[in-house]
Each structure stands twice: as C-alpha cells, then as structure tokens.
Design a binder for this molecule. Structure first.
Ligand SMILES: *[C@@H]1O[C@H](CO)[C@@H](O)[C@H](O)[C@H]1NC(C)=O
Ligand SMILES: *[C@@H]1O[C@H](CO)[C@@H](O)[C@H](O)[C@H]1NC(C)=O
Length: 456
C-alpha cells in the first residue's frame, strides 16, 4: 500500500484545496499560475538527431518541471528538418511539453525584406500547432540578438514589425533578447516583452542582484518579462576558431542564488528561461551530452551536468507554485572547477578572460529531510555544519590535490556517504578547463517513499 505520511498529507491537502478553491483558480493553477519555466535549446548542436533523440530530451526536461524548449535556430539548411522532428516528438510525448521558435539573429540574415521570408515560413508552419508554446493567449516567438536587423526597413522597431507582426497569422507575442539598453523598450512597440539574456551572470567580480532585471521590468510597462537563469559560463575557443575564451563568475552558488532571487521577485517575472539545455560551447548545458558538439569536446567530455537537473526540478516547482516544495529526501549537490585558477599549463588557448575573478571552491547545496550534521571534505580539509531541515548552502575552499566527498550524519547513523566518481581536484592540470564538475547524490529516501515514487 502506497501511503506514506507525506503522501497522505499531500492527498489531504489536495482534497482540501479542491473543496476550498474556486474552479477558475484551479484552472489557472494547472496552467502554472501564469508562470512558465523554459530552457534554451541549441538546434545547431542536433545535426545527428532523430525523433527519438528529441523525444528523450523532451521527456527528461518535462520530468524536471520544464514546460518548453526555446528552439534556437540558425541558417544551416538542415535545421528545418530537425525542427520538424522536434514537433513530431513533442506530439508523441503527449503534447503537454511545448516548443517555441527562438531565431538566432547572429546566424540568420536580416538585411533585406526577403530575409524575413524564412522567419515567416517558420511561424506559419509551427505557431498554430497544439505543441507550440502559448503564453498570455498567444504563441510566443523569441530571438537571440537581432538589435541590428533592418529587413530593409527604417529602424529597429520597423524592422521587427515587418518581420514578425505584419504578416504573422495568428498574432504572436514577440519576446526577443535584443542587446540594447532597456531604456529603449518604451519606444519599441513591435515587442510584447523582452528576454534579458545577459542578466544570467555577473559581468564583473560582483554577485548578481536584481538590478538588471529591474531595468527591464521598469521599461516594459507590464509587457512580458522573461528572466534568465544559468549555472555557469565558460567558452574556450582560440583565435584560430571562434576566438571566444572567457568566463562569467559563477561564485557563491550562482545557480541556486539566482533561482532564489527569481522566486523572491516572482510577481514581476513571467517566464524563467534556463540557459541552457545543450549549449556545450559555453558550458552552461544542464541536459545530457549528446548530438554534435561545437568543437567543445576538450572542455565538455567528462563534465556531465545532469546533477543540476534536480535543483531545477525543485526551483521550477517553487517558481510556478509560489511555494517551495517540502524536502523529503537528503541530497547533496556539489560543483566547482577541478583545478586552481592560478595554475599554469601549456594550453595554447590561454587562460579565459576574468579567470582571476573566481574562487577555487566546492559549491554545495544541501537538502535535508530533517536536521543533520553535514560535511564536505577534500583530503585533509573539510567543513561541517549542523544544518536544519530544508535547503542550505556550504562551501569548501580547495588548495591541494584531493577527492571531494560529502556526508550527512544523524547521531551515529550515516544517512548519505557521497563519493562522486572523478571529482578530483588537481594542482597540476594539463589545460585551462574552467568548466564545472557537477555531482548530485541519489535521493536517500525511505523504502515506502521509493515505492510511492515520492520526492523530486
Ligand atoms: C514550411 O512548410 C512547407 C510546406 O510543408 C515546407 O515546404 C517548408 O520547407 C517549411 N519551412 C520551414 C522553415 O519549416
Ligand atoms: C576534518 O579536518 C580535521 C582537521 O582540521 C580532521 O581532524 C578531521 O578528521 C577531518 N574530518 C573529516 C571528516 O575529514
């Protein structure tokens, strides 16, 4: 019999809410309280994908509380076929998980009026499908960049009015990520909202705060605000390839801290977009390492990030529901770089810009079903705290070669003995790999909880 106390409480509260909530409110709750969590998906990395690959990603993302993929698409002639497959997969997944178009204007041409044809074809082909993401009553269409597009028109607003609004049937909500000063938004009437791409990371040595979001919100005048959240940023392309070799500072549990900030300001945030599902080149992927990497193998292989997915599950649920889920399993989420920032190597690409702004640290998020003594250790250094039920953060600075481990102890009982494979910090790295190593312990639950499929 599958009834734990937590389950019983869940069932009882559902019954109570059925009795006390008016029908209209129940409907809006099913629609996510007017909130959504989506993830940025690089179609450019799917050259070898078939429908079953899309289906696997869709099912995994849906199981972690993600509502939709923003399909970042560019000019490659094979991309329309992948997008068709993606919609086929979304349909066969049952239709609850949605997709929407995010035109990558650093790839697609946008100079002449004819350049709008492909964009209009995409919208005509997909925005009316039942698996297309609808937000505030209309299909949502987004971009990456596009602030320099003209489509042969006079000025930015006219350009996008022409490309998106003039011939789009049905009408869409256009929510681009233009890299412009947000003070331009009051005069940009072609847009129905904005996505603040660069708001995901601190651009200097500071911690992120809500000020960049506030700059958007106060200029959008009630239009849709899509806020970014990203766990990391490291690209390592030399001058002979994309010439893009930098980090944004991810310190002080950026990913968790950002989600908590968005929860605290959720009345002003409509959509959270996770950057990204599969952008390997910039090291902020949270999905599995699949498809065709953009020449990023040397810093991506061996650095699976799926440990972050269950943090997404927890925070996405909190963001859409307006209340944090109760924590019923002990878990440790540990991440960080595998070498000191100051170590020197023969790596010809050189150290990434801003390398000196980040600490050599294990960033730990701990979820406890009840109070416990929690330790993060590496070699002879360790840190221990008595922590309460719920979520906490801990960090351990690293200086010597060592293996990172974690422990959760209650009295004499070791509830979690976490020894992640390959979480090895070395003072003698062979390249400047500033990607994150991510480890999450399996949920430690009671037998009854496991039988009931409880926890997130
Ligand atoms: C849109 O659909 C038409 C008709 O099926 C097809 O010829 C065209 O290639 C599609 N375009 C895109 C961008 O999907
Ligand atoms: C933690 O470090 C102290 C010394 O600072 C050491 O005595 C102790 O054994 C360490 N504990 C663990 C769990 O590594």
């Amino acid at each position: 019999m599958c009834i734990t106390i937590a389950r019983l409480f869940f069932v009882l509260s559902a019954i109570v809410s059925l009795v006390t909530t008016p029908a209209s409110a129940r409907i809006s709750r099913r629609a996510g309280n007017g909130k959504a969590v989506v993830a940025h998906f690089m179609v450019g990395n799917t050259y070898p994908y078939g429908v079953s690959d899309w289906l696997r990603d869709i099912q995994l993302a849906a199981s972690k509380g993600i509502d939709a993929f923003a399909l970042n698409l560019g000019r490659d002639p094979w991309q329309p076929a992948r997008i068709a497959d993606a919609f086929t997969a979304a349909k066969s997944a049952g239709g609850n998980f949605k997709l929407f178009l995010s035109f990558d204007m650093t790839s697609l041409p946008c100079v002449s009026p004819g350049d709008a044809n492909l964009i209009q074809q995409y919208m005509a082909n997909y925005t009316t499908l039942p698996t297309y993401f609808v937000f505030k009553g209309k299909p949502l269409v987004s971009t990456f960049a596009g602030e320099y597009c003209t489509f042969g028109q006079g000025g930015l607003d006219a350009a996008w009015n022409y490309a998106i609004k003039s011939r789009s049937i049905p009408a869409v909500n256009f929510v681009p990520s233009f890299f412009v000063d947000p003070s331009q938004y009051p005069s940009l009437r072609s847009v129905d909202g904005a996505f603040n791409w660069n708001g995901a990371w601190p651009m200097g040595g500071n911690d992120l705060d809500f000020s960049s979001d506030q700059g958007y919100i106060s200029n959008l005048g009630g239009r849709i605000y899509m806020a970014p959240v990203s766990p990391w940023f490291f690209a390592h392309y030399g001058p002979n390839s994309y010439n893009k070799n930098w980090i944004y500072r991810p310190d002080n549990w950026l990913f968790a801290a950002r989600w908590e900030m968005l929860f605290d300001h959720r009345s002003a945030v409509d959509i959270v977009q996770i950057i990204s599902w599969n952008d390997y080149g910039e090291s902020h992927y949270v999905g599995p390492i699949e498809g065709a990497q953009p020449m990023s193998e040397s810093w991506v292989n061996g650095f699976d990030h799926q440990g972050w997915l269950d943090l997404i599950s927890y925070y996405a649920s909190a963001f859409t529901a307006g209340v944090y889920p109760s924590i019923i399993s002990d878990r440790m989420f540990l991440w960080g770089r595998l070498a000191p920032r100051a170590a020197n190597t023969n790596d010809l690409v050189g150290k990434p810009t801003r390398w000196d702004l980040t600490e050599d640290t294990v960033w730990g998020v701990v979820h406890l079903a009840s109070p416990a003594l929690v330790t993060i250790a590496c070699g002879t250094s360790n840190i221990s705290y008595n922590l309460p039920k719920g979520r906490s953060k801990m960090k351990l600075p690293l200086t010597k070669d060592c293996d990172v481990t974690g422990r959760i102890v209650r009295g004499k009982t070791v509830a979690v003995d976490f020894r992640p494979t390959n979480y090895h910090f070395t003072t003698r790295p062979t390249s400047y790999n500033f990607n994150a190593f991510v480890a999450a312990s399996v949920p430690s639950r009671t037998r009854a909880d496991l039988d009931c499929g409880m926890g997130y």
